[in-house]
Ligand binder design. Sequence first.
Ligand code: SAM
Ligand code: SF4
Ligand code: F3S
Length: 482
Amino acid sequence: MFNPKDILKEFSHSTKTHDEVRQGEALVIDAPVSTNGRKLYIESYGCAMNFSDSEIVASIMQDMGYATTSDYKEADVVFINTCSIRDNAEQRVRNRLKEFGAVKQKKPGMTVGVLGCMAERLKAKFLEEEKLVDMVVGPDAYRDLPNLIHQVDDGNRAVNVILSREETYADVSPVRLNSNGISAFISIMRGCDNMCSFCVVPFTRGRERSRDPRSIVQEAQDLFDAGYHEVTLLGQNVDSYKWTSAEGNNQMEHTNFANLLEQVALIDPTLRVRFSTSHPKDITDEVLHTMAKYSNICNHIHLPVQSGNSRVLEMMNRTYTREWYLERVAMIKKIIPDCAISTDVIIGFCTETEEEHRDTLSMMDHVQYDFAYMYTYSERPGTLAAKRYADDIPEEVKKRRFNEVMAKQQACSHARLQEQIGNVYEVLIDGLSKKSDHDYAGKNPQNTTVVFPVDARFKPGDYVYVMIEKCTPATLIGKIVN
Ligand code: SAM
Ligand code: SF4
Ligand code: F3S
């Protein structure tokens, strides 16, 4: 079953940890009701924010009377919510569109829509390239879906890829797709104002904008009231969240990310709060102190490093150095000693030398990441790096360096898990383990999967204390000690 807590990514080469990630799975509601007799199939790729957007799309389509289905062959409307982050992410979408096209040829009434980042990147060109696509809709245009669907029903092809400076879909109540009823994503902001030279996101998602904190807290409260026990606050750079509102007497009220975290944590001590992604240049001590103050804010920070070498970081336009990053890590370990730290690494960025690659390996030795998402560099059209630098590291060198980084991370993840044998963790039960109906699986605050024998006293959604007895390379194994 889809686990919405996992941060969903597209990746060039995968690791064991990444196998947990579900890409391109049909997203369905538990109790679909169609009031217009039509069915929607929606499939999502890319990051957690894209999955969260699919829940906005499902909500808008539900208001139009659509029910969701897990079988695209029986759908009237097929949506694919796409990712452009690396070339292979786009190739997967193209292949999937061929499969949808084959069905559409036999069923001409079927509407095929491309949503998300690839729609935004390619715009109307998509319609020229993919003859069977009827609609191209960018991430800020989902409110226009009813109109676009009518255009297609009238026999036209429809495009809306206008990016907005304001849209946050704050008032759209997402329909929870493939939900386990325990964990949910909440988007707190959209877009990105950083210009990392390798990255297509600023072009596909537009300018950064934060969502009204009242609507975020209300959404978290509604989820809690509906029985959810965990929310993950999402943004490309959550630490730059900021909201200013004019309160009574024209006093300006400012909310930063630390304030928002606190407001969500205060909903209830049994509501776990997670967040992703933190940018090393922006994560503040105030956020770390807020995490330390509230036990329901989970002790895990995803802090993408990208490279361990300051020259490469500068070419990447990450705006921090190796030393800055190491100082932030030291501060995390000081303020929250048992905090898990995970990362993203790009391997084989333009001009990266062997020595600079070794700086990334030594960074991993210093930090001892709990887990990492690793990618070989993929040049993206239109980005600063594509314009300025040659993608000059040969593919076989990228692969060899990737294998070195992966081997180091696997050894480190395993060692980190072994250190935890003997510890007792509070675990939120997600459901049965993937491997055995006799075991439950859940996450500890550090976001590691913990597996332990089913105990009839407890059900999914309950918290239990688990003593860790052993581990596999990616999982802790133990027994309930409540
Ligand atoms: N906003 C987050 C941040 O700044 O860390 C992450 C955004 S991106 C959706 C997720 C990861 O994809 C990045 O951290 C980076 O490691 C990777 N990535 C982005 N562009 C890439 C590219 N052109 N080639 C390979 N990996 C890339
Ligand atoms: Fe891309 Fe950088 Fe923005 Fe992250 S912070 S989304 S890597 S531009
Ligand atoms: Fe991909 Fe867009 Fe997310 S490019 S990683 S779906 S913001």
